[in-house]
Design a binder for this molecule. Sequence first.
Ligand code: ZN
Length: 296
Amino acid sequence: MYLSGMGAKRIAVHLNHENIPSPADTKWNNVTILKILRQEKYIGDIRWQKTYSTFMGAKWKINRGEQESYYIRDCLPPIISREDFMNAQTLREKNTRKPHKTNSSPFRGITKCTCGRSFYFRNTEKPLWECSGKYSTVDQCQNPTFLDSDYHKAWNRMCRKLKDHADEVILPCIDLFKLSEECPVSDEILQLRKQAEELSTRKYVLWSLCSQGCITTEKFLTLQNEIDADLEEIEKKLSLMDGQGDEAIDELTSLYRLISGTSSEKLTKKILKRVLSDGRTVEFELMGGLKIKEAL
Ligand SMILES: [Zn+2]
């Protein structure tokens, strides 16, 4: 099947579909198929010492040349021909060594244009970024395109700066958030709490009016629903405000830790949230809400 051009994944699907049991008695998957394709025992050969034991035989390690291994030909009855096996190995190598053309970018999907649209990655000979509104007939975007290589340079530059000045940039931000956590609650929060209290009182008054027969049950229920909706809205706002500081402190602390020990290429996935560009500059928004602008 493999030699006829069927991929390991499709073979697994086929075997599962036909209810053919797998060696481990679980479902077939592409890893099992590829493993089987590699095994020389199916052509009647054996390799001794594929694994070896370490630490008094308690642990087994894969022998990657640390120990001698022995290859014995034709000591088992073959299930498949040597030729097919060799062809499958060549095909497998060809499939796995497929040149991986980079048509993706870590900045894809998170690069916004100042016009409100998005910048798109174009994998041309010299990969570049272009606003989706560049050829728009209505409200055409005037921001220029920029090279992907310049984008990466700007990112690496920013990472280097942040790494070198983490103590002066990130630590004061953390302190600021900590300070705002400790300082008395903001006026806005106080206001919201007061509103919530008033609404609760009104609810109680309505209930007593209803129980005394001053208003109908129907009227009471309608008013109560309205009050409950308002209360819910206020509680939502309050919980958002309360949690914000903690979250920012956590994120900034992670950022501080990550920036010193991770390469800038790997950092994109870990610390970068959004990018805003006008084609001349890029503003990186990092975790913890930190924004840093770089020229392109
Ligand atoms: Zn634009």
